[in-house]
Each structure stands twice: as structure tokens, then as C-alpha cells.
Design a binder for this molecule. Structure first.
Ligand code: PRX
Length: 661
């Protein structure tokens, strides 16, 4: 067995664990973490068999791990039969029916709705019966395109109850993106809403969905949540109001017995090619991993109110808003609004109103709030908080300190969690009150996780004080099993760059203390406001515009978003007289329409040529440097086929460059 990089006693710039975190039965000391970590690496099957006991199994697994690394085929908990919805809902509805399962914080401040475990069971049962009445059976796919409303949670859990596979699509995605996802997953039913209030805006979800599904014969029904009083087009025979359908059905619906490896959900993620990938998670391993990480990473307590600000359209929403907390019987907050609506005090108001104990958010949200000044935070009490956590992108040390010192008043540990859609749950993280932290480092691996740093030639880099490509040496229960319908693409994407190792696409440094520091993507994926965006996706959207000849998209440091999107575009000869301002406006609209507002380029630079090698390859590295204002070292410019292209780019660099302040 390969020896795991053992966490060492760290030496400098540490935030010592806080005594104020309530010590519980979970993990009490760094030594205990180290001992359990060693056990999880040396005896993974024993370790995970023990963790699996936290779930209710209709039939226990006979084999904990069955792996065929040559085929990139991993099975966890074989022989086990269970149901996700039963584990999240029924067992708690039985033992603590009146406990709030979900608190819905509506878009308007001060408006809340409490859904107890008993209510949840009832609503989930009804939605499950509605889905069944519309022909949904075990294994069928259901696409969910909803704003952050309780019906979103009900529908996910209803699918799980029937053994149907949910595919949630973020309600900020365009009609084109939604259509692509419905087609790829072969969804039979789409669940949407008439519209979705989000901050000052209302997203016309039904109108977008109508455009997305036009002419699609695969859809048997579109179920529509009535979120507002707004009337929308309802196509007879295809569209049904969900509330009316629910009223016609009973609240009890038996839970299907699912095999551990039966699919639970598909979630599309961007990659380095133009097409989003349908990341597939299965039932037993994902649930065990979600429950275990939620328990340890957030030190879950029976009276917690877990406030995760992520949208359900991303993996953080799936694992740490819905499945993780509910599996552990924790009250979870479903936040419909945005942190800046109606003002920058909104998150703290929700924390105080609901007495939230845990706040899990993204560095990009914190950066936006810091800009508004401390008064918004200081006006609130925040005494209920005991734990702060972030995910999705590297957190700048100064933002970490602000979160720790100003929001948490130095009382609450800050947990910087590193993971991915494909990992199902957190892989590198401090354990609160246990791991001494260094601001900006995700610190140490979670149980059962063996990170490796690998150089570009595929050699594993040993020791500390080193950097490389972040890989994972072994499988863990929450790992995605495949890309829906494209297993070969799964193998090529994650297991071909470094054979037999899972390649994350991230660069990483392991410091002198064995702490991990994620340095960002090393592939053509951008992390914009904590959301993954493939540069190829944006390029495809741009070249789909009739005026565009070629496009190259790169990232650049952005104060709020972490990474901004910069597009270099050449236009066709017949469009060269068009006004630049109008062209830029039209191209931004083009991307917004093709992908969604999150992908809108911050900068579009129209040039007469892109820098290319003589063999025609675009020199992206050079464009990245120009976009970032790093003009001192542009690399080898002698390879340029046409050096005058560079002169033009440099002459235009002023409006492009926006170095991090
Ligand atoms: O680059 C890493 C970054 O987000 C990517 C995964 O994005 P996604 O699949 O959307 O999953 C988000 C789940 C939190 C990673 O490859 N990333 C995620 N967390 C961190 C991070 N980068 C630095 N620090 C983190 N804590």
C-alpha cells in the first residue's frame, strides 16, 4: 500500500482550534483525527463499514468495496439495499416528527416557512405519487428546473423515493443549456415553476422551459410549481400545475428498495470540452459519504440549524443543503434570495432570525459583502453561529480573516472545504475545533482520502514543500461512478492524464507541514464566482454568432468573482465596419442567451487576429497574461506566426488588464 502523506504537527501562522466549539462525540483532538485517518487508509473497508451503520439499510451490504481500477469501475456497499428518501425523511418523521426539517427563507426578508419532518414526508409522498401518475418509474430521469422553493426538495426526494434519477438544472441557465441537459439525460418529466423571485428579479422559468422543450417528444409531462400569481402559458395535455396534482394524490408512497449502485442523480458540470458532463452519483456510497462528511466536517449536532447559501443547482446544494443535513436529521435552511437583497445585511438577518448555528458559503459572496463595509455585519447579533465554512474556490487569506474575525468574532472555526461535483462530498478540509488552520489552506485530507501531487510527466512528488497536479490515489464512497451514458469519456477525462489516478484538474501545493493549498485549475476550466465554466463552452457560444470568425476565452484575476471571463474575438470581414460597442453588447447577450448570465464575459476584445503558432494553435498562455496585465513575461513570442497580432493586442491591453488589487 502506498503510504499516505501523513499530516504533521503544523508550525506557523496557525489559528489554533477554538475551545468554544462544543466538544462532542465526533472528533476531539488532532491525535484522534490522525489515528482515524490512518485507520481509514490502512483498513478502508472496516472504516467505511462502520460509517455505513449511520444509515438505515433495508438489507445490509455484503461487500464494502469492489474495485476494478483497470476498467475505472468502483462499487461500494454491494448487496446493500436502501432508499435515500427513506433515510432523509421517514426515519426522522418517525422519531422526531415535529422537528423542522427545512426552513424556507423566502425572497422577501422576514418571510419564512417551516416544514417539519412529518410535513416533509407528506409532501414528498404526494409528489412521488404525482410523478408515478405521470409514468415515472425506477430508473427514469426527471429534470428539475426550479428556483429555491420547497417543491425543489420535495421533487428530488420524491424521485429518490421512486428510484427515479433527478437531474437538477440551475435556474440561471438558459433555454439552450436546459434543452441540452434534458436531451442528454433523456428526461421523461420536467418540473419547473411559473417564475422564480431572486433578489430584485423574477426569473421567467416557465417561459425559458417552454423554449427549451419546444418540439421535444421525449417529455411526457411538464409539472409547474405556482410560486407567484403570475399567469403563464400552459399547454393542455403537457403542462400541469403541481399544486393541483398534489391535491389529487395521497401523502403516502412506499420507498423503492434500491441497490447501492443504482443511480441517485445526474448533475451537469462544465469541463474542458464544449459539452457539459452528466456527472452520475449512485445511492449507497454517495449517501454514506454525504452523511459522514456532514457529521465530521460540520461537527453536526442535534440542535443545529444548518444554513448553506448554495443554490440546489450545484453539488454543494445537493450534498450540504439537502442530503447531508437531512440524513443526519439536521434542520436545513433553503434560501430563495441572494446575500445582497435587499441589502448587504441579508445573510446576517437570516442567521439571527433562524438562529443559524452553521453558515456555509462561497468566498465570492464574502468578497462582495466585504466591499459593503463591516456595519452590515456589526448591526447583527450572530451569537447563534458556532461554525463558518466556505467552498467552491480558493479563499484569499484576508477574506478568511474577515470571516473569522468580523463575522465570527474570533469565536467560530472557519472550515475551508475543497471538493468537486465529481467527488460528491468534501475531500480536503479542516475538522472544526481540531485542525489548526492556516488562512487560505484547505489543510488536510478527510478520512479515506489520499491526495497525491504529480508532476507533468506523471511522477508522484514525495515529501512536503512541493507543488504539482492534484490527484487522488484511491476511490472513496462519494466518488462519481461515470458520466451518464459516456463511460469512456469519464475514463478519458479523469483517468487518462495520469493512468490509474483520478486527476482533479487542480494545481496544488503541499507546504512544509503537509497542508494542502489549492492553486486553481490547470485545465481550460474557469472558476467564476465559485462556478465552473469551460472556456470552450463560452467560445462555442461566441462563434455561434453570425459575426464571429474566431474566439478565444481566458480567465483573469477579478476582485469579486475570483476569476473574470475575457474573450478575444475576431469578426468576419463583412462585419468589420460594425460599431465595437454594439458588437460587444450583442456578443455578451449571445453568451447570456446560450449559457446563462453567469457566463457573460466581463471583457470582450475585438481584434483583427489571434496570436497563433505557425501550426495554427492559439497561444492561450499569452492571452491569459495579456488579460491579466502581466506583460513583463509573455513567453516565447518568436513562435508567433504573425508578430503584428501581438503589437495590436499590447496596444489594446489597457482596457483589458485588471490586476487584482
Ligand atoms: O478548482 C476547484 C474549486 O472548484 C472546483 C470544483 O467545482 P465544482 O465541481 O463546481 O464543485 C464545487 C464544490 C465545492 C475544484 O476543482 N474549488 C472547490 N473548493 C475549493 C476550490 N478551490 C480552492 N479551495 C476550495 N476550498
Amino acid at each position: 500500500m502506498r503510504s499516505a502523506p501523513g499530516p504533521m504537527a503544523p508550525s506557523q501562522d496557525l489559528f489554533a482550534p477554538k475551545d468554544s466549539i462544543r466538544r462532542t462525540a465526533h472528533i476531539q483532538s488532532l491525535e484522534e483525527y490522525q489515528r482515524l485517518y490512518r485507520q481509514s487508509i490502512e483498513q478502508p473497508e472496516e472504516f467505511w463499514a462502520e460509517q455505513a451503520k449511520a444509515l438505515t439499510w433495508f438489507h445490509p451490504p455484503h461487500t464494502i468495496l469492489d474495485a476494478d481500477p483497470n476498467q475505472v469501475d468502483f462499487s461500494w456497499f454491494n448487496g446493500g439495499r436502501l432508499n435515500a428518501s427513506f433515510n432523509c425523511v421517514d426515519r426522522h418523521a418517525k422519531t422526531r416528527p415535529g422537528k423542522p426539517a427545512i426552513i424556507w427563507a423566502k425572497n422577501e426578508p422576514g418571510e419564512y416557512e417551516v416544514i417539519t419532518f412529518r410535513d416533509l414526508q407528506h409532501h414528498v409522498g404526494r409528489v412521488a405519487n404525482v410523478l408515478k401518475a405521470h409514468g415515472v418509474r425506477k430508473g427514469d430521469r426527471v429534470c428539475i428546473y426550479l428556483p429555491m422553493v420547497p417543491e425543489l426538495a420535495y421533487t428530488m426526494l420524491a424521485c429518490a423515493r421512486l428510484g427515479a434519477v433527478h437531474s437538477v438544472v440551475f435556474a440561471g441557465f438558459s433555454a439552450e443549456s436546459l434543452r441540452e441537459r434534458i436531451l442528454d439525460s433523456g428526461a421523461k418529466v420536467l418540473v419547473t415553476a411559473n417564475e422564480g423571485p431572486r433578489g430584485p428579479k423574477r426569473i421567467p422559468t416557465k417561459a425559458i422551459a417552454d423554449e427549451a422543450v419546444e418540439g421535444l417528444s421525449q417529455l411526457e409531462a411538464v409539472l409547474v410549481v405556482r410560486r407567484t400569481a403570475t399567469e403563464v402559458n400552459m399547454q393542455p395535455g403537457r403542462d400541469f400545475w403541481l399544486d393541483a396534482e398534489m391535491a389529487r394524490h395521497r401523502g403516502t408512497c412506499p420507498a423503492e428498495w434500491m441497490d447501492s449502485e443504482d443511480p441517485l442523480f445526474i448533475l451537469y458540470a462544465s469541463g474542458s470540452t464544449g459539452k457539459p458532463k452528466g456527472v452520475l452519483h449512485t445511492t449507497g456510497g454517495y449517501l454514506v459519504y454525504a452523511a459522514t462528511t456532514h457529521r465530521y466536517v460540520f461537527d453536526a449536532q442535534p440542535d443545529d440549524v444548518h444554513f448553506c447559501t448554495a443554490d440546489m443547482g450545484w453539488i454543494t446544494g445537493h450534498t450540504y443543503l439537502l442530503y447531508g443535513p437531512l440524513l443526519n436529521g439536521t434542520t436545513t435552511v433553503l434560501f430563495e434570495s441572494i446575500p445582497t437583497y435587499p441589502d448587504a445585511g441579508r445573510l446576517w438577518r437570516v442567521v439571527d432570525d433562524l438562529k443559524a448555528t452553521i453558515l456555509y458559503t462561497a468566498p465570492t459572496a464574502l468578497r462582495a459583502l466585504i466591499r459593503e463595509g463591516d456595519t452590515w455585519v456589526l448591526k447583527s447579533s450572530r451569537q447563534s453561529l458556532r461554525l463558518l465554512a466556505t467552498a467552491g474556490e480558493p479563499i484569499n487569506p484576508e477574506v478568511w480573516r474577515w470571516f473569522h474575525d468580523v463575522v465570527g468574532e474570533g469565536r467560530c472555526p472557519v472550515v475551508d472545504t475543497w471538493w468537486q461535483t465529481e467527488t460528491g462530498g468534501v475531500l480536503i478540509t479542516p475538522l472544526p475545533g481540531v485542525t489548526p488552520c492556516k488562512p487560505g489552506s484547505a489543510t488536510l485530507p478527510f478520512f479515506g482520502v489520499e491526495p497525491l501531487l504529480v508532476d507533468d510527466e506523471g511522477r508522484v512528488i514525495q515529501g512536503n514543500g512541493v507543488s504539482g497536479n492534484l490527484c487522488l490515489a484511491r476511490t472513496w464512497p462519494g466518488q462519481a461512478r461515470t458520466l451518464y451514458g459516456h463511460h469512456q469519456r469519464f475514463v478519458e477525462t479523469y483517468y487518462s492524464r495520469f493512468p490509474r489516478l483520478y486527476f482533479t484538474g487542480d494545481g496544488c501545493r503541499r507546504d512544509e507541514d503537509g497542508y494542502y493549498w489549492i492553486t486553481g485549475r490547470v485545465d481550460d476550466v474557469l472558476n467564476v464566482s465559485g462556478h465552473r465554466l469551460g472556456t470552450a463552452e463560452v467560445e462555442s457560444a461566441l462563434v455561434a454568432h453570425e459575426a464571429v470568425a474566431e474566439a478565444a476565452v481566458v480567465g483573469f484575476p477579478h476582485d469579486i468573482k475570483g476569476t473574470g471571463v475575457c474573450a478575444f474575438v475576431t469578426v468576419k470581414p463583412e462585419w468589420q465596419e460594425a460599431s465595437t460597442e454594439q458588437m460587444v453588447g450583442a456578443l455578451k447577450e449571445q453568451v447570456r442567451h446560450a449559457i446563462g448570465p453567469i457566463a457573460t464575459p466581463d471583457r470582450i476584445v475585438i481584434v483583427s487576429g489571434l496570436p497563433k503558432t505557425r501550426s495554427g494553435k492559439i497561444l492561450r498562455r499569452m492571452l491569459r497574461k495579456i488579460a491579466s496585465g502581466e506583460l513583463d513575461n509573455l513567453g516565447d513570442t518568436t513562435t508567433l506566426a504573425d508578430p503584428s497580432v501581438l503589437d495590436e493586442l499590447l496596444a489594446r491591453q489597457q482596457p483589458v488588464a485588471r490586476p487584482r488589487s
